[in-house]
Design a protein around this ligand. Structure first.
Ligand code: AHG
Ligand code: MN
Ligand code: MN
Length: 349
């Protein structure tokens, strides 16, 4: 049997793509991989160890934190602290950015934003959860890095990735030169290259949205859902509906099989639910790098202005032609005030 390439070997090999790289980004990715393995260990024995359930605390978004949310957050932060390549961490679980002021991190060039545990509502019921991360270069050149170093547009990302703790555990990442996926081989404790150069199909037959909120959706989204359900052999409709409730798991499936994931604005979440900095932007970078598309319904996610750390955004992400169709419906039936309204008529049949 051929020996698989490990994540560590792959990262070192790819360093040659960046002629001026001194290995810091490689080390940062390695640190993230180590934290992912530790979180994987805990997720795998959840149910046996006392790690399920509520932590009894509330995060800045007013959401109750689960014990695993807190655990994963601590593990990633401490891996970044020990690694010495990251000067500031922004996390869903912390109101403010966390500065890393240790001696080894004083010249650190990188900023990490993360959702340490995505899909919290699935933790207690043995359904796939994930971790999302996004890496930027520090822009400021003196003193401590600041929040402005974190609030960069998605287009400025140096790397982004996710870990899915599913039927197997995978780490998928991009540094802007395609997307590669690694599966954890528990027998050797290494992530091994299993999905080189991942490409999302241009068309798909899966739509993923929480249809329970249908009445709260904008008309454009309602029309798109109806479009997905109409019978049409040429476009393989009706499409199939799949919604796990962990963005990482829903998007991982759609990345492999083709599909669209939508979390729009709703009556109760008028700015969208998902967070731009550590959920939408990293996933948008990965999906674009795999040949897909990510939009807020009108504009490219990666070009949105970032004003706040915990800013929310609507998201339409996945197979290019599916996202384009959903955007068409949004422009036609839910035109943004600032946009010129779409004048064409969209045929649902
Ligand atoms: P998190 O667990 O990090 O708070 O994220 C949960 C997110 C995302 O993973 C998922 O797609 C979405 O929330 C589910 O929300 P609904 O339950 O409203 O569908
Ligand atoms: Mn999340
Ligand atoms: Mn989370």
């Amino acid at each position: 049997m051929k020996i698989a390439k490990t994540l560590g070997q792959f990262i070192i090999e790819k360093q040659a793509d960046f002629p001026y790289a001194k290995g810091e980004l490689s080390r940062l990715l390695r640190d993230i991989g180590i934290a992912a393995k530790i979180v994987n260990r805990e997720v795998n024995k959840a149910g046996l160890a006392d790690i399920l359930g509520e932590a009894g605390t509330i995060n800045v978004q007013g959401e109750g934190q689960k014990k695993l949310d807190v655990y994963a957050n601590e593990q990633f932060i401490s891996a970044l602290q020990h690694g010495g390549e990251c000067c500031i961490v922004a996390s869903e679980e912390n109101d403010e950015c966390i500065h890393i002021d240790s001696e080894i991190s004083k010249d650190a060039k990188y900023i990490v934003a993360m959702d340490p545990l995505d899909g919290s509502s699935n933790i207690d019921v043995n359904v796939a959860v994930g971790t999302i991360f996004s890496i930027y270069h520090r822009k400021s050149t003196e003193g401590r890095a600041t929040i402005d170093d974190v609030l960069q547009r998605g287009t400025e990302q140096v790397a982004a990735g996710y870990v899915i703790y599913g039927s197997s555990t995978m780490l998928v990442y991009t540094t802007g030169k395609g997307v590669n996926g690694f599966t954890l081989d528990p027998s050797i404790g290494e992530f091994c290259l299993s999905h080189p150069d991942m490409q999302i199909p241009k068309d798909g037959v899966i739509y993923s949205i929480n249809e329970g909120y249908y009445t709260h959706f904008p008309d454009g989204v309602k029309k798109y859902i109806k479009y997905c359900q109409v019978e049409d052999a040429a476009t393989k409709r009706p499409y199939t509906s799949r919604y796990i409730g962990s963005m990482v798991a829903d998007l991982h499936r759609n990345l492999i099989k083709g599909g669209i994931f939508i979390y729009p604005v709703t009556a109760s979440t008028p700015k969208g639910k998902l967070r731009l900095v550590y959920e939408c932007n990293p996933m948008a970078f990965i999906i674009e790098q795999a040949g897909g598309k990510a939009s807020n319904g009108y504009q490219r996610i990666l070009e949105l202005d970032v004003e706040q750390l915990h800013q929310r955004s609507a998201i339409f992400i996945g197979s290019e032609n599916m996202v384009k169709k959903a955007e068409e419906m949004m422009l036609c039936f839910s035109p943004q005030q600032t946009k010129k309204s779409f004048e064409g008529v969209v045929e649902l049949q």
